[in-house]
Each structure stands twice: as structure tokens, then as C-alpha cells.
Design a protein around this ligand. Structure first.
Ligand code: ADP
Length: 282
């Protein structure tokens, strides 16, 4: 190019490093007509490329996740219309599946919307007064039935007095719903699920502990990633999108808190949420 030959502008991207350390540099060379020199610009476009790749992944995963419930709905509608004409009981069963699958779609779409809000950086956290005693009471009522259907002993171990904290009431409820829902979902019949709350002057700790199937160390490193589901045959036909924990993790992070997991295969899991309750915290 310095010799004045070939195109006046050349652009290329190079990748440096491996895995998480990998970065992408865009090099542009431009001949400067006045001085006869060449200008080389090096830009770090790692962030852009990562965002594009994750958007692409999101769309293909989302399409895949939406397809299963939609296919089920179509199949069961067909059955209800044909064999269900004569058989009332069968038609009832079909309608149950259709209703369950539509609820699954609804949940999936709202989780996807929240995750894309997070990705776009547009998720806002309201500052409501959150009455923790009310929050846990309504959660207990909502999940009691689910637990007893599986003969799971669900217990809440709460301090006698719970304060109101500042935070987003609906989003904090989503977090605990996800943790509690998972604990019941991934615990076989007859197990235990415990919700413990612990308060200090500066922190609120919520622990959701179960005696379920557990999460291998390898999977623990990924469960907070979106669409991640453990690579574990014991999940069997337990359905899920792999979005709940990613969403919960981000909501807690946006509240200035942390979420961690400890687990032992076949022994159970414990998810812990720590929220700051100082004036400037939550
Ligand atoms: P899902 O919709 O699949 O439940 P989540 O994001 O809530 O998605 O969880 C991600 C994955 O983490 C699950 O698919 C499961 O493999 C694992 N997991 C989450 N909670 C538990 C738990 N309490 N016990 C065992 N595995 C769990």
C-alpha cells in the first residue's frame, strides 16, 4: 500500500487469545493521498461482536423453545377435533394439555421479554416499599399446593419481625418464585424444601434449600446463564426454559445484591440471595 499499489483501503479482523480472554481487533489501513503515507486504525470491537453473537444465539434458542409448546398445542387441538368429538374424557384431557402449554408459552414469552430488557440495559428497578412478611406469606400460599402434590415438606423459617425494604416488589417476587418453583420442581416426591430468611443491620439473606437432585459442579458454573439447563438425564421430562435463574440473577444484581448456589449431587441444592439494606443499597 505504501508503494501506491492495490486498493486504497483494506479492512480485516483478527482474533487474539482464547475463550473468555478472546478479543477481536478490527484493523483498517487507508492510503493518504496527500502525504503518500498510510494510516492504520486498530479498533477493539470485542464488545460488539460478543453482543451480536449473543443476540443470534438468543433468537435461535428462543425459536427452539417456542416450537415445542406450539407443536403440542397443534397436535392436541387436532386430537380434540377428531377423536375428541366422540370421547368427552379425551377432549377434556386435550384441553388440559392445551391450557398447560399456553401457560408455558405465556411464561416463556414474558421471561424472554425481561431477558431482552436486561440485555438492552432498559430494565428498570422500582423503589417500592416491599413488605417482606406479606411477600413470603403469599408465596407460601401459592406454593403450598404444588409442594403437597409431590408430598414435599415446604417450610418457611422466618424471623418474627420482618422489615419493609426498598426494592421492586414484582421483580423480587419473581426471584423468590423462581427459586422456590425450581426447588419443588427438582426435588423428588417426599423431599424437603426450606426457605430461610436472615437479617443483619446491613444485609438481608434469603436461602432456598432443597433435598432434590442437586447440580454437578460443572453445571453450577453455568446455571445463571440464559437458556442453560443442566446436562443431566435425571431432568427427564421436567420442562423448563433455562431463563428463570438468569433473570433472577440479573434482578438481584440490579438491586445491588448477589446470588450464589451451593449443591451436592443427589443431596440437594441451596440458592442464597444477599441484598444490601443500607440507605443507599436497595
Ligand atoms: P429451568 O426453566 O430449566 O428450570 P432455570 O434458569 O430456572 O431454568 O434453571 C436452570 C437450570 O438449573 C435448570 O434447568 C436445572 O438444570 C438447574 N437447577 C435450577 N434449580 C435447581 C434445583 N433447585 N435443583 C437442581 N437443579 C436446579
Amino acid at each position: 500500500m505504501l508503494a501506491g499499489k492495490g486498493p486504497g483501503r483494506v479492512r480485516d479482523e483478527v482474533q487474539l487469545g482464547e475463550g473468555l480472554e478472546q478479543s477481536t481487533l478490527r484493523m483498517t489501513m487507508r492510503r493518504l493521498t496527500d502525504s503518500g503515507g498510510v494510516m492504520l486504525t486498530i479498533e477493539d470491537v470485542t464488545q460488539q461482536r460478543t453482543a451480536e453473537a449473543s443476540r443470534h444465539d438468543f433468537v435461535s434458542q428462543a425459536t427452539h423453545e417456542l416450537r415445542t409448546p406450539l407443536t403440542n398445542i397443534r397436535l392436541y387441538v387436532e386430537t380434540a377435533q377428531t377423536d375428541g368429538e366422540e370421547d368427552k374424557e379425551l377432549r377434556g384431557e386435550c384441553l388440559n394439555v392445551i391450557s398447560r402449554e399456553s401457560q408455558r408459552l405465556e411464561r416463556l414469552v414474558s421471561e424472554m421479554l425481561s431477558v431482552s430488557e436486561i440485555e438492552a440495559g432498559s430494565m428498570t428497578i422500582r423503589k417500592d416499599d416491599v413488605r417482606l412478611d406479606q411477600l413470603f406469606k403469599s408465596l407460601e400460599q401459592d406454593y403450598k399446593q404444588n409442594a403437597s402434590k409431590k408430598n414435599i415438606d415446604l417450610r418457611f423459617d422466618l424471623p418474627p419481625k420482618l422489615p419493609a425494604i426498598q426494592g421492586d416488589r414484582d421483580k423480587l417476587a419473581i426471584v423468590v418464585q423462581n427459586l422456590l418453583g425450581n426447588a419443588i420442581k427438582y426435588t423428588p416426591e417426599g423431599g424437603n424444601v426450606n426457605v430461610g430468611v436472615d437479617l443483619s443491620a446491613t444485609e438481608l439473606n434469603i436461602e432456598v434449600r432443597d433435598s432434590g437432585i442437586g447440580i454437578s459442579e460443572e453445571d453450577q458454573a453455568h446455571v445463571f446463564e440464559k437458556f442453560y439447563r443442566a446436562n443431566d438425564p435425571r431432568l427427564g421430562d421436567i420442562t423448563g426454559s433455562g431463563l428463570g435463574l438468569a433473570l433472577a440473577y440479573e434482578i438481584i444484581r440490579l438491586h445491588g445484591g448477589e446470588m450464589t448456589v451451593e449443591s451436592e449431587l443427589n443431596e440437594g441444592s441451596m440458592f442464597r440471595v444477599t441484598l444490601p439494606i443500607s440507605a443507599e443499597g436497595v
